[in-house]
Design a protein around this ligand. Structure first.
Ligand SMILES: [Zn+2]
Ligand SMILES: [Zn+2]
Ligand SMILES: [Zn+2]
Length: 136
């Protein structure tokens, strides 16, 4: 078990209060705004370590290489449904997708197979907001 640095604790506290996925840069900016003196490289290093010990989930921002992080209350294997407008995120179960992935791996004689799978869309609030504007 790694020693919890004050910086690590500050990052965890910040992420616990965020519902959306954030980039290392966003997290760094929010920490600095909150008066935490921390460098971007330190934020990034902590996030990587937290990802490795499953404290945070990570995804790639849709259509980019930017890595985003989120503290997820759900600690068993799951996926994410992400609103591309406001970033609202719902933890979802893979359902039949998990069996399909295992079956494909077995059929092709692959083991230690992992997958990343996220769904991106628009949440009802963003849709309503949008249609509210067009009605004017
Ligand atoms: Zn999650
Ligand atoms: Zn939304
Ligand atoms: Zn899965």
């Amino acid at each position: 078990m790694q020693r919890m640095t004050r910086q690590r604790i500050a990052i965890i506290e910040l992420l616990r209060n965020q519902q959306t996925f954030l980039s290392a840069q966003d997290i760094h900016d929010l920490l600095r705004e909150g008066g935490v003196n921390i460098g971007l490289a330190t934020v990034y290093r902590n996030l990587q370590a937290m990802y490795e010990d499953h404290t945070v989930d990570t995804i790639r921002q849709e259509g980019t290489d930017i890595q985003l992080f989120r503290y997820c209350a759900e600690d068993t294997h799951h996926h994410h449904l992400v609103c591309r407008c406001c970033g609202k995120t719902v933890d979802i179960k893979g359902g039949g997708f998990e069996q399909w992935a295992r079956k494909i791996a077995a059929e092709n004689d692959f083991s230690r197979v992992s997958h990343s799978f996220e769904l991106y869309g628009q949440c009802s609030e963003c849709i309503n907001h949008e249609s509210g504007h067009t009605l004017k």
